[in-house]
Design a protein around this ligand. Structure first.
Ligand code: BT5
Length: 264
């Protein structure tokens, strides 16, 4: 079982993207457990070419390098592991309870996004022999920015929130990072759970328990079309089950999703 410590923390005042940095390190043979954290990203990435906004010095911007023993169907659980570690870390440090909006957002009780998770893998044969393929999982957590709705670009007003706006116990970025890495690493951490069938089942169970999407009406936008229905559950691999209007239950795979929005 993996007992990675996540204690090789590399800090950057400014970098294009901590995910990009760790993917390059992974291609050069870096082991599981390297962490990259930045005060500022000049090209912070979201999914599908979208961007991640954060002014310098305000928020937690961090990526971790995993080399989990996961099949292609289970890969979404790497995102889940980091998302759940972050939910726990935010609760530990601020007392604030968050939910997971499937597939990759942490949201408050009003559905406003407090954090986003981006997993990127490189399935090419490892540069250094014998290493499992890397999955770099990055998370941006809004700690101090936005301070209020007025700070946000118009398209994010009412859709984004920060720990500062939520007003729990004040927390600094380093304290939150330490809590996150503690929840992720070690024998009982979320990363170790990726390595066993029992651990993966536990991640899927905990995702279901934390997930604000299940039980709601959703519109699922895929690259080749959209459909509506009611989200009814999460599979053991972390996929979303949606009872469609007239087309039975569909299993939605995170990698195929452009958006999951509230349905009509
Ligand atoms: C995500 O993508 O939510 C994944 C974000 C991952 C960011 C981390 S930071 C460290 C690491 N290094 C990187 O380069 N990235 C990772 P997605 O689901 O595609 O959401 C992106 C969308 O969220 C944008 O198009 C905006 O609408 C919105 N958004 C951007 N910045 C935001 C913020 N600070 N808070 C809330 N929403 C934001």
């Amino acid at each position: 079982m993996s007992q990675t410590a996540f204690d090789d923390v590399r800090r950057f005042a400014s970098i294009d993207s901590t995910n990009r940095y760790l993917l390059d390190e992974a291609r050069a043979g870096a082991p599981e457990g390297v962490v990259a954290v930045a005060d500022h990203q000049t090209a912070g990435r979201g999914r599908l070419g979208r961007s991640w906004e954060a002014p310098p010095g305000a928020n937690l911007l961090v990526s971790v390098l995993l080399r989990p023993d996961l099949g292609p169907d289970d890969r979404h659980l790497a995102t889940t592991a980091v998302a759940l570690a972050a939910v726990d870390a935010v609760s530990d440090t601020t007392g604030t309870a968050l939910a997971v909006k499937w597939p990759n957002d942490l949201v408050d009780g009003q559905g406003r996004k407090l954090a986003g998770v981006l997993a990127e893998s490189d399935l090419a044969p490892a540069a250094a022999g014998g290493l499992a393929p890397p999955v770099v999982v990055g998370i941006g957590v809004n700690v101090a920015w936005p301070g209020a709705d007025e700070d946000l670009p118009p398209d994010l007003v009412g859709r984004a929130v920060s720990l500062r706006m939520l007003g729990g116990r004040p927390v600094d970025r380093d304290t939150l990072l330490t809590a996150l890495l503690a929840r992720l690493g070690g024998p009982d951490g979320r990363a170790a759970a990726l390595g066993t069938a029992e651990g993966r089942a536990g991640l899927a169970r905990d995702l279901l328990a934390a997930c604000s999407t299940v039980g709601t009406r959703v519109r699922v936008d895929l690259a080749d079309g959209s459909f509506e229905g009611t989200a009814t559950g999460i599979t053991p691999e972390g996929h979303l089950l949606v009872a469609t209007d007239g087309d039975g239950t569909r299993t939605v795979v995170a990698g195929d999703v452009v958006h999951v929005r509230p349905g009509g």
